[in-house]
Design a protein around this ligand. Sequence first.
Ligand code: PLP
Length: 418
Amino acid sequence: MSQSQVWHPFTQHALEPAMPEIVLTEGAYLHKADGTRILDAISSWWVVTHGHRHPRIMKAIETTASTLDQIIFAGFTHEPAERLAEALVSLAPSGLDWVFYSDSGSTSVEVALKMALGYFRNIGAPRSRIVVMEHSYHGDTIGTMSVGARGVFNAAYEPLLFEVDTLPFPAAGREQETLDRFEAVVGDRRAAALIVEPLVLGAGGMLMYPAWVLTELRKIAEASGTLLIADEVMTGWGRTGTMFACEQASISPDILCTSKGLTGGAIPLAATLATDAIFQAHYSEDRKKTFFHSSSYTANPIACAAALANVEIWQNEPLAERITALSAKQAAGLRRFGNNPFFTDSRATGTIAALDLRTGSAGYLAEIGPKLRAFFLDKGLLVRPLGNVVYLLPPYCVTGDELDGLYDAVEEAGERFG
Ligand code: PLP
């Protein structure tokens, strides 16, 4: 290709080797212009659930595009958005009765934060603090960075927006500290919301905590009148073994954010689901109580149709069996690393497996990350470690043999770099 003018995300162009050009996506693979293919072991940044270009989703996109493109969503509606909202409400944990559309995981979280602040303002008891969890990641807009872990990703953009209280990550044996801290910070009734990634903190290093902690956090939030925002942008659509991770804690949050797997990963769309109490706080003859948020592409009909096709896949294909089998395979795959001297920890929650390499550290600046990435790419594997954290988060169509090949490559990476 000629000289590129494209500025890529999360990319230090001065250090990046030539980027492969992808000309075809199919199932679990990205096909390069030179005819070789790459196994997409991270579902193209965690979005592709069923595999690339699932026929049902592609068909829905084509069919809808023959009658609808973008429609302004203030003052107008359309069938794909209406039908999708109904489907989402029935699939989500109970009590989430309203669906607000947007177009990325970050915007779904921005919307959630604004809903929480708007709720308290509109009921006449303003609260502005947000409680967050150590190591969390909720997006790259200024608002979502403000409620995420502080570090190299956002240092350049300080000061950020929110006053936050940070809970320690509930590492094994330290869960009670997290709960005690939460109880302490909500004591003065100034926290509008606690925002969490349920069960797995993704970009923070694929850190996992047990469902009972979330159950307890929910109880404390409820007792103190603090809203619970579940950011299921990564964990939704089966990633942790259930449709939404909150199900494993038997909880319903007040607000739930979903994106990534919402369209099976085919096309951008996000939704923020909220309780009726939150909607009702904005429902008023007083225009000042309007929920002041929109984006031009809100509820794009083609994206909504893709998401509906994704829901149909969940209804018509043996997804539960597929996810159970993949989860079992990941757990079994990790067992062979139990005594591997090159890895200090291995863990899995549902379909997500992660291992910490003995050398290097977590995070974007750790040199080990790009080295590992290049090593895997050389073998035709898309694996994008978070520093020394190697994780596998493949589409659900990945085969047992492909996974075995991945574990072999991870083992070899341990020997080479560990
Ligand atoms: N929240 C979580 C938990 C995520 O993992 C991500 C992205 O990785 C986001 C929010 C942001 O989503 P997006 O990149 O679509 O804006």
